[in-house]
Design a binder for this molecule. Structure first.
Ligand code: 5GP
Ligand code: ZN
Length: 139
């Protein structure tokens, strides 16, 4: 994965403002922050997104995210956070190396939700729930 930008950050071939690092995971500042303190958490080994990440590695990413989120209010003065992850181009993923965004939120800033929620068709909800639950093997 020579050309992957986050692999190069993980191996320190490209600089980043790293805030935490272990053998498996790393967190660094997003170069185009959505808000002050926007952080990305990545596995150091190349994996594309939530569809293919190893479950144990995903847990390590989440554990590091949890540690970071816990100290953000005191460190940054934020009053909330959004976590988000884009899996696939259709979901806006641009860098094809797994990353979890941590976006600190402040009381008076102008970020807007990227989607508008609309009331569901009840029959369709039942169909979808049933299709997913059958695939999961739930009874
Ligand atoms: P995506 O749209 O794939 O979910 O998010 C990719 C994120 O990576 C973007 O928020 C973008 O600003 C960030 N990013 C892209 N290239 C670099 C880089 O070279 N260094 C850092 N620190 N962040 C990057
Ligand atoms: Zn990579």
């Amino acid at each position: 994965m020579d050309k992957c930008i986050f692999c190069q950050i993980a191996s320190h071939h490209i600089p980043a403002d790293v805030i935490s690092e272990s053998d498996d995971v790393m967190a660094f500042a997003d170069i185009n922050p959505a808000t002050k303190g926007h952080i990305l958490v990545i596995p150091k080994s190349h994996t594309t997104n939530l569809f293919d990440i190893d479950e144990a590695l995903f847990i390590k990413v989440l554990q590091l995210a949890k540690r970071i989120v816990r100290i953000m209010p005191e460190a940054l003065g934020c009053s909330g956070v959004n976590l988000f992850h884009s899996a696939g181009e259709s979901a806006w993923q641009e860098v094809m190396h797994f990353h979890l965004h941590i976006v600190p939120r402040y009381n008076k800033e102008e970020l807007r939700r990227p989607f508008v929620s609309t009331p569901a068709n009840k029959a369709e909800l039942k169909e979808i729930a049933s299709a997913l639950s059958q695939k999961l093997g739930n009874k």
